[in-house]
Design a protein around this ligand. Structure first.
Ligand code: SF4
Ligand code: SF4
Length: 476
């Protein structure tokens, strides 16, 4: 199987070697400008250059990122240390702290890049090991992922002070080289006199990302990077099945992160190759399709494509790219799209399992990417509660329909629908669509004079097992 590696990166030689070692044929496209066209779906992508059309079963983009050193207000005479710069130097000898605490600041409007957080924690730990007092300031604290959780734990144990702030200011004293950092959180203001200020750098997308994202219809996050929808669970996946992205920051040494991304990607491709074809698929009724491109624009997975082979052009579904989320079905103005095959395939399977467990109290329908993972984390601790309930995972909360909930209420005393938190839904609003279905059932129960609390709804991430456990114990 061909795997196309697209993008110029120093990880390419290692990546192509690894692909070959695992039995893949690696085809390298380092010059993104040479790519003139792109089509197809996983298993058979076509990459067009001026000279040829090359087929690739899977694609790995090596996404270049550049870093910009931190600059503070012109009023601040001192220049903070750049986190990425010092990450390449011998920490303790390089930093002059004037005998004062060291302050590490990750001042990003949203979550910092995972790589930046782990470098900051590693540097904080190295400083703490040299008996320096370290403050770690961030607007958002990333808490997901085993590696980061381990680093946070070690950092807390080594005495590093974490402050999650809302606002901060700096005041530099020319005479003694001390900078006063003031941070405000929900409870008030904290002032720290530091001798060494270390700021997280800005990481910006490399110049070719615009072009390749547009050509392949890859989604980008607020910072402009092509990214996965849940980098903690699927570190290198993109919105399009079969296309992966491995990040690499220019100018800093290759880190374990890049190497583990390569290993993850190759194993994810192997897994994808073994996936059985779905029995469900999206169909477009050519006689109804107004060729308005609505589905093409709104499909989160770029699974709709124009079919110009027909007498009248119509939209067609790329079934290997489609996640069967149903957004296009809901939004097609002509009502031309249906999902056919066994609509409730997954839930039917669950039904057949649950037929042997009539006595159970609670049925949980949970998103496989969030609530199911949180549930798995508490399974052993709350094994007694688990005896009273059945759990079934759905690929998206948007799959949960009112009719299904009602049919489950015939078997179970209660139903809990547990979906992703806002902005984490792989299908963007599956959690909201599930909520509407739950509300509809509750209204029906109420209208029939029945207990509307028999159906409950929560939003959790995979990192919220405690919330999951609390909700279950309240229900049971
Ligand atoms: S949204 Fe409906 S009518 Fe518009 S292109 Fe898609 S299938 Fe055709
Ligand atoms: S069902 Fe979802 S993934 Fe499939 S074509 Fe429609 S919008 Fe795209």
């Amino acid at each position: 199987m061909n795997v196309a590696v697209i993008g110029k990166s120093r990880i390419n030689p290692f990546l192509t070697d690894q692909l070959k070692a695992k039995g893949f044929e690696a085809v390298l496209f380092e010059d993104i400008d040479s790519i003139k066209g792109f089509e197809g779906q996983k298993g058979k992508f076509l990459i067009k250059t001026n000279e040829e059309k090359i087929e690739a079963g899977y694609i790995i983009l090596t996404q270049q990122a550049e870093w910009v050193s931190p600059k503070l207000s012109p009023k601040l005479a001192c220049s903070p240390y750049s986190l990425l710069d010092i990450s390449q130097k011998e920490t303790g000898d390089f930093i002059k702290d004037h005998g004062r605490p060291v302050v590490i600041v990750l001042d990003y409007p949203a979550e910092s890049a995972a790589v930046m957080t782990s470098i900051a924690l590693e540097k904080g730990l190295a400083l703490a090991a040299k008996k320096k007092r370290v403050f770690f300031l961030a607007r958002f604290l990333r808490t997901a992922g085993e590696k980061l959780e381990k680093l946070y734990r070690e950092a807390r144990n080594s005495g590093i002070t974490f402050i999650k702030y809302k606002k901060l200011s700096f005041d530099y004293n020319d005479h003694n080289g001390i900078c006063t950092v003031k941070v405000w959180d929900d409870y008030g203001m904290i002032s720290i006199d530091t001798g060494a200020l270390i700021m997280g750098d800005s990481i910006v997308p490399g110049s070719k990302i615009d072009k390749i994202a547009e050509l392949m219809r890859l989604r980008r996050d607020d910072t402009g990077f092509i990214g996965g929808d849940n980098t903690w669970i699927y570190p290198t996946s993109t919105n399009i099945k079969g296309i992966y992205v491995i990040n690499n920051i220019c100018g800093i040494p290759l880190r374990d992160d890049a190497l583990s991304q390569i290993a993850y990607t190759i194993s994810a491709i192997k897994k994808e190759m073994k996936e059985p074809a779905s029995h469900r698929y999206v169909e477009v009724d050519a006689s109804k399709c107004a060729f308005c491109y609505t589905c093409w624009r709104i499909c989160p997975h770029a699974a709709m494509t124009p079919d110009f082979d027909k007498e009248e052009p119509v939209m067609k579904n790329l079934n290997k790219a489609c996640n069967l989320c149903g957004i296009c079905v809901s939004l097609c103005p002509a009502g031309a799209i249906t999902i056919t095959g066994n609509l409730d395939e997954k839930l039917e399977q669950v039904d057949s399992l649950s037929k042997t467990s009539d006595s159970k109290t609670l049925k949980i329908l949970c998103c496989e990417k969030s609530a199911k993972i949180a549930l798995d984390k508490i399974k052993d601790i709350y094994s007694r509660s688990f005896e009273q309930m059945d759990v079934s995972a759905v690929s998206c909360g948007g799959e949960v329909k009112a009719a299904k909930i009602i049919s489950l209420l015939k078997q179970y005393e209660k139903v809990l629908v547990a979906v992703c938190v806002d902005d984490a839904c792989k299908h963007f609003d599956g959690n909201k669509r599930a909520y509407k279905q739950v509300v509809r059932v509750c209204e029906l129960l109420k209208a029939a004079g029945l207990d509307e609390n028999r159906v409950q709804y929560i939003k959790v991430s995979h990192a919220m097992p405690r919330v999951m456990a609390d909700t279950i114990s309240e229900i049971l």
